[in-house]
Design a protein around this ligand. Sequence first.
Ligand code: NAD
Ligand code: MG
Length: 385
Amino acid sequence: MSIERLAILGSTGSIGVQTLDIVRRYPERFKVTALVAHSRWEMLAAQAREFEVESVVIGDAQHYEALKDALKDTNVEVMAGSDAINHIASSYRSDTVVNALVGYAGLHPTYLAIESGKRIALANKETLVVGGDIIMDAAKRKGVDILPIDSEHSAIMQCLEGEKRKAIRNLIITCSGGALRDVPSEELVNVTPERALKHPQWSMGAKITIDSATLVNKGFEVIEARWLFDIEPERIKVVVHPQSIVHSMVEFTDGAVKAQLGNADMHTPISYALLYPERAEEAMERFSILDYPTLTFLDVDREKYPALDIAYEVLERGGTAPCTMNGANEVAVAAFLNHKCRYTDIVASIRYALDNTSFEKHPTLATYDAANIEARDLARRFLKL
Ligand code: NAD
Ligand code: MG
């Protein structure tokens, strides 16, 4: 088998670091050619040395000199800024782009990588939330595979192996309930970022951890599933499963339900995406069902978690509505993490942006850029930032 060249966008983050753990195990299979990060230049420099990459990009240009200096005794090409990220995603020497950036910043790189005919391992779900339609069209046109790095979508993909489309009745996405599952609704207004960042099962980046608490993340996953598996939203269900052991399920027309189980460890979906259609020979950590004698499932409390219904609403509206939800959420989550707004203002900002946006039914990528800016402005106005 020929060596597969990887460009990893977001290599210093939670998914990026775990992706490199997998790559480390398969030196004969993968060669990392490029790494991209936002600001953690020291870690990026160390990764560049260890994996002997050809190029690195630091998104935040103010760290360019420090990074360049840290790599001055190597042949590593050092670049900065979003044009350089786009260059890595598109024309650059790689076969697969692992997109583990956070937020809207991931959209253009994914699109450019698809247009360049590269395989996509996609953690950046915001790509599909914002532009699922355009992205999936481009992937089809180019014959490019998009392999999800999200535990739920990886689970569904595994359940669908060897099955016929027409046999699918429902996709059932599981949801831990996030860090505030046991906090009563009336206390949510006083929740601190520190409290909301304490996810009971998964260790992840800050933004997705807050998105998990509000269930914006689960709403985004419904949208992601709608595009990845080309299935109507009403056939995508969400159930709360506090143990996070069943990663998702598929219900078939004959009444059979398949589920994929395992530890709450992103190494498994990452290795599934990277090695597909093969599987890793060894797990990072073995799973034993005997450790989990009780698995529970319950309905989502739609009053406590309005974000889930908003996600179905924006899917129904289509056009730029999901982009507006995403943009407002990004601003509000950042504000909440910086103690600039209350927890409950996050969903309120999304609501305000959706109610005041200049909606566009048939967007292009350029329209998304404009809708994203508008959504961010609306959220800032709402939050008085
Ligand atoms: P993170 O915050 O830990 O890491 C993000 C990475 O992207 C970092 O390397 C950061 O430097 C880089 N980055 C962010 N914005 C950038 C920009 N504008 N320019 C250049 N680099 C930038 O985030 P994460 O938890 O690893 O999540 C990454 C993506 O994967 C998100 O879309 C998230 O929803 C998704 N995801 C994460 C998990 C998880 O377990 N962490 C699970 C499923 C899906
Ligand atoms: Mg997930």
